[in-house]
Design a protein around this ligand. Structure first.
Ligand SMILES: [Mg+2]
Length: 167
């Protein structure tokens, strides 16, 4: 069995049921940028992302960015969204996750990662003891390397999705 499966799958962060995370004791959300909050190559967060961050905060969550995007790009998002976070995070490495939890002053197990990539966002989340939520990606316009990974991602998700809760 593949070890790094998500706890949950959702269509989009904007539609997901956040109450389920609260009920599990999640207090902080680390969120990916590209293809999770905005489609690939969009330079600044749109109103949907801005409103969603406000909603997450109003529900009592702490929230931060955890992105492999270049630091400059991640910083633009953090500034516009009014939150902290980590750019150039080297997911699925654990370091960024530990840092994100530390930023939010929480234990790793009280944090969730929301992201669109099984082999980066979710794998790192599982390794770090985060609750993991795989989102469907927002845009198909990705570099070839990511497109290639998607083939394997899709195959794994298809195989196991019956056992993964949709939220
Ligand atoms: Mg992404």
């Amino acid at each position: 069995m593949y070890r790094y499966l998500p706890d949950f799958i959702t269509k989009s962060v904007f539609e997901m049921d956040l109450q389920i995370l609260i009920d599990m004791g999640v207090k902080g959300i680390a969120v990916d940028i590209d293809n999770t909050l905005v489609p690939m190559n969009i330079r600044t967060p749109g109103h949907e992302a801005i409103e969603w961050i406000e909603k997450v905060k109003s529900m009592g969550f702490k929230v931060c960015i955890l992105s492999n995007a270049r630091k400059h790009r991640a910083k633009i998002f953090m500034d516009k969204l009014g939150i902290h976070g980590i750019g150039f995070a080297n997911k699925p490495g654990r370091k960024g996750y530990d840092k994100a939890a530390a930023y939010m002053e929480l234990d790793n197990k009280e944090c969730a990662i929301l992201g669109d990539q099984l082999f980066t966002d979710i794998k790192g989340g599982v390794k770090s003891g985060f609750v993991t939520v795989l989102t469907e990606y927002l845009d198909g316009n990705e570099i070839l390397y990511v497109k290639f990974k998607r083939l394997f991602e899709k195959r794994l998700i298809k195989k196991y999705e019956g056992g993964i809760k949709k939220i």
